[in-house]
Every structure is written in structure tokens, then in C-alpha cells.
Write a protein that binds this ligand. Structure first.
Ligand code: FAD
Length: 464
């Protein structure tokens, strides 16, 4: 029976990063993965394939909308969907193979199959049971269905994001249930590829956790791109017949019932922790009502020697949050001081324009009665953005009224997902808006808009 210091269950961004850090810290490590390939949801059916399709469809949009304006004339490219899927699969393959390489490099054993935990200190996969001093559960999450509605997911006509990443053809009409990150990203992809896309959302806003100004601007910009929204609508059922679907919903404002037909319905109403088959109940591991594994501040469950990280525990279901927990948990197991600053976890939507945020929203500061100031700068005042047809959107920095310390930042605009990180670094160091404003930013870059927003927290932006 093999003896390990650590067995990690699941090879998503939480699990594989934890395994690599454990090995780097000198712990004998194995990682169990039930899927055929490493990398979890993120690399196989999540972040990476969705970004490949977002990239490809954005290139088409640029060709159709902007090439002629720049004097690039000629026929716009047409969509070879099979080839686009092959490109996406190639990107997945390169990334999952990359994790395989890193496992070999770090001498991590990849145990193939589905794991269960018969008791603390043991992990069973198939007929084998492995002994280990520590177990890290990084089993991730699965798509949730529509609460209170009759919906059967067949991954053909009624799909989750997994099915939406490999549809046999671009649908003429797509209905997306849920105006969260995944629904809007995939909705954007298909809209750009020529589908008619309607997004049905229970709440009266899209992306409800985002700053309200960003939400409004984002909805307007997506609307301009042709996405249609039905907000404040509770879906009651989705029926399929002859390869098509009908979605029935009630408008919450007047209880009136409506229905809409679609070739494909994407259910994007969130994700739930996935812990099936691990045997958590028999072990007495505490979970929340929503199925998340309960952990303390050091990712330890209530059973000694068993830890949990990533989507399977509390907090935002994001790959980088899982990665940070993976590294920190490995460090705790190795006797070091692992730490994750949950106040500085950026969140990004990879549509065009991108949306990114970190820290508090303005509403949260208002609700907390905190005295704050706002510095805002429009990308219309940024020369680089105007040159590349990306003047829509703005940077908004929220800083403490007294101390000027940065409390939050919300960006909608070009490369928002990259721009947010200078604010993250500033926040990690307890930086002020003035710190950003006094930092020289190269011209012409989108990042000058971040500096201008920081200047707007003080004596004023220059180009506003
Ligand atoms: P996962 O990545 O879900 O990995 C868990 C792994 O554990 C799986 O491979 C599973 O097969 C395996 N497993 C489970 N149980 C067992 C068992 N008993 N035995 C063996 N193996 C097991 N996040 C971002 O930050 N940015 C994005 O752009 C982004 N885009 C996304 C797009 C889509 C379409 C989706 C669905 C998600 C996206 N996410 C994104 C979320 C991100 O994918 C997750 O937050 C992240 O993958 C969570 O990592 P994890 O390691 O906790 O779990």
C-alpha cells in the first residue's frame, strides 16, 4: 500500500495547484482525478474553452464591425464551426497536457479514477486503497438547475455550459436562463456567431453582485450588441419537442405567463459544490445546507487530516480563488503560514468590453455607512481606447474619504481583466488612490484610465 504525505482529490485549479505546492515543499504527493484529463472544470469545460470561443467570436466581430473602418476591405470571414471547436479543443489539450508535464516534473503521482474516503488517512480508488497523512478535497462544482422549475437537461437542446461549449451547430435561436457571468459570456459568443439570444433572469438586474453603475452600463452595451433581456422573470418549465424547446416564465411584476421558443436553452443559473461519492456523510464531515464542505480559517474540516478547498467550500466559485486556497492549504500542511486575503479577489467577465471588479461596491459602502469618495474616468478620454474602437466604459475607484485608502475598483472597458490587477496590488499593500495617481503610467495604454480615475479621487483627472 503506497504511503503519501498528501493525497489531493480533484485536479482542477484548486487541486493541481495544491498538489504542485505540496510537492515543492517536499511532501510525497498524489492527485486523484476521475476525468480522463487533468485540469478540472476550468481547463476542460470552463474558463479556458469559454475564453477560446470568446476570442474567436470576438475576432469575427472585429472583422465585421471595424476592419472596413480601418481601411481593411474585403470579404469578412465566415464561421467554420467545426474548425472553431477544433481550435477550442486544441487549446484545452495544450493546457491539460501542461498540467501532466508539471505533475511529472514535480514527481506527483496521478491516480486515475474516482476517489472515496473510507476513513481519515485513507483514499480508495477502484480496488486500491492508499494511505496518506493528509487529504485535500478539491472536488469542485457542477452546474445547478433552475430552482423551482421543471427542467430536464439533456445536453443537446437544454444544455449547461458544458453542452454549450460543444453544440453540433450554431443555433438560430438561443435562450439563456440566468444573467450571471457564464450565461452572459456564452450568450455573447453565440450572439456574435449569428444566433438570436434572449437572456431570462429572475432578478431585475444582470450580474447582481457587480457595482450598480457597471451593471447598468454593461446591460446597455450588451443590448447594443443585440442581446435581448427579459428581467424579473421566473422560469417555471422548459419543454422539448422535435429537437426544439419552449421556455415558460412568469413576469414577477404582474404574474403574467409567457413563453418563448428556442433551438437551444442554456441553463446558467449558477453552480453547486460537487462531493458525490466521496463518503463525506459517513465520515461525519460537516457541510452547509447548500452542500459546501465546512472548513476553518486553515481549510481544515472537522475531521483531522482532511482539508477542503475551491468550489467545494464557501466563497466565490472562481479558479484563482481555488488556486490561492490550494497554495495556502499546502503551506499549512507543510507547517508554514498559508494565507488568502479574501478581500482582494478580483472578478472578471470576459465579454467585450470586459468587466472587472475588486473590493467593495459603492452600494456596499453605502450600506456599511462608510465615508468614501469616487474617482471615475471614461475610456472615451483614453487615446489608445479610442484608436481601437474601445471607448465604451469607465474605471471607477472607491477610496476612503479620510485616509484615501482604496476600498474597491470597478472597470468596464478594454482589457479590464488585466487592468484590475494594479489596483489589486495596491490594495494588498494598503495603498491609497494617490499612490496610483503618483505612479507613472506608460502612454498610450488603457492603464492610463486607471491612473486618471485615481487622480479623480484627488484634485481631478487631466483628460476628463
Ligand atoms: P474543478 O475545477 O471543478 O475541479 C474539480 C475536479 O475534481 C474535477 O476535474 C472532477 O472530475 C474531480 N473530482 C470530483 N470528485 C472526484 C472524485 N471523487 N474523485 C476524483 N476526482 C474527482 N472561473 C474563473 O476564475 N474565471 C473564468 O473565466 C471562469 N470561467 C468559467 C466558465 C465556465 C463555463 C465554467 C463552468 C466555470 C468557469 N469558472 C471560471 C469557474 C472555475 O472553473 C471554477 O471556479 C474552478 O474550476 C474551481 O476549481 P476547483 O479546483 O475547485 O474544482
Amino acid at each position: 500500500m503506497a504511503q503519501y504525505d498528501v493525497i489531493v482529490i480533484g485536479s482542477g485549479p484548486g487541486g493541481y495547484v495544491a498538489a504542485i505546492r505540496c510537492a515543492q515543499l517536499g511532501l510525497k504527493t498524489a492527485c486523484v482525478e476521475g476525468r480522463e484529463t487533468l485540469g478540472g472544470t476550468c481547463l476542460n469545460v470552463g474558463c479556458i474553452p469559454s475564453k477560446a470561443l470568446l476570442h474567436a467570436s470576438h475576432q469575427l466581430h472585429e472583422a465585421e464591425e471595424n476592419f472596413a473602418k480601418m481601411g481593411l476591405k474585403g470579404k469578412a470571414p465566415s464561421v467554420d464551426w467545426k474548425q472553431m471547436l477544433a481550435y477550442k479543443d486544441d487549446v484545452i489539450g495544450q493546457n491539460t497536457k501542461g498540467i501532466e508535464f508539471l505533475f511529472k516534473k514535480n514527481k506527483i503521482d496521478w491516480i486515475k479514477g474516482w476517489a472515496s474516503i473510507p476513513e481519515a488517512g485513507k483514499v480508495t480508488v477502484g480496488d486500491e486503497t492508499y494511505e496518506t497523512k493528509n487529504i485535500i478535497v478539491a472536488s469542485g462544482s457542477a452546474a445547478a438547475s433552475v430552482p423551482g422549475a421543471e427542467v430536464e437537461i439533456d445536453e443537446k437542446v437544454v444544455v449547461t455550459s458544458t453542452g454549450a461549449l460543444e453544440l453540433p451547430k450554431v443555433p438560430k435561436k438561443m435562450v439563456v436562463i440566468g444573467a450571471g457571468v457564464i450565461g452572459l459570456e456564452m450568450g455573447s459568443v453565440y450572439k456574435r456567431l449569428g444566433s438570436e439570444v434572449t437572456v431570462i433572469e429572475f432578478l431585475d438586474t444582470i450580474t447582481p453582485t457587480m457595482d450598480i453603475e457597471v451593471q447598468r452600463s454593461f446591460k446597455k452595451l450588451l443590448g447594443k450588441q443585440g442581446l435581448e433581456f427579459t428581467l424579473g422573470a421566473a422560469v417555471s418549465k422548459v419543454e422539448t419537442k422535435g429537437g426544439k424547446a419552449t421556455v415558460t416564465y412568469k413576469l414577477r411584476k404582474d404574474d403574467s405567463e409567457h413563453s418563448v421558443d428556442a433551438d437551444v436553452v442554456l441553463v446558467a443559473t449558477g453552480r453547486k459544490p460537487y462531493t458525490d461519492g466521496l463518503g463525506l456523510d459517513a465520515l461525519g464531515i460537516e457541510t452547509t445546507k447548500g452542500g459546501q464542505i465546512k472548513t476553518d480559517g486553515h481549510w481544515a474540516t472537522n475531521v483531522k487530516g482532511i482539508y477542503a478547498i475551491g468550489d467545494a467550500i464557501d466563497g466565490p466559485m472562481l479558479a484563482h480563488k481555488a488556486e490561492d486556497e490550494g497554495m495556502a492549504c499546502a503551506e499549512v500542511i507543510a507547517g508554514k503560514a498559508g494565507h488568502v486575503n479574501y478581500n482582494v479577489i478580483p472578478s472578471v467577465i470576459y465579454t467585450h468590453p470586459e468587466v472587472a471588479s475588486v473590493g467593495a461596491t459603492e452600494q456596499e459602502l453605502k450600506d456599511a455607512g462608510k465615508a468614501y469618495k469616487v474617482g471615475k474616468f471614461s475610456f472615451m478620454g483614453n487615446g489608445r481606447a479610442k484608436a481601437v474602437f474601445a471607448g465604451d466604459g469607465f474605471v471607477k475607484i472607491l477610496a476612503d474619504k479620510e485616509t484615501d485608502r482604496i476600498l474597491g475598483c470597478h472597470i468596464i472597458g478594454p482589457s479590464a481583466g488585466d487592468l484590475i490587477h494594479e489596483v489589486c496590488v495596491a490594495m494588498e499593500y494598503g495603498g491609497s488612490a494617490e499612490d496610483l495617481a503618483l505612479t507613472c503610467h506608460a502612454h498610450p495604454t488603457f492603464s492610463e484610465a486607471v491612473r486618471e480615475a485615481a487622480l479623480a479621487c484627488g484634485d481631478g483627472a487631466i483628460h476628463a
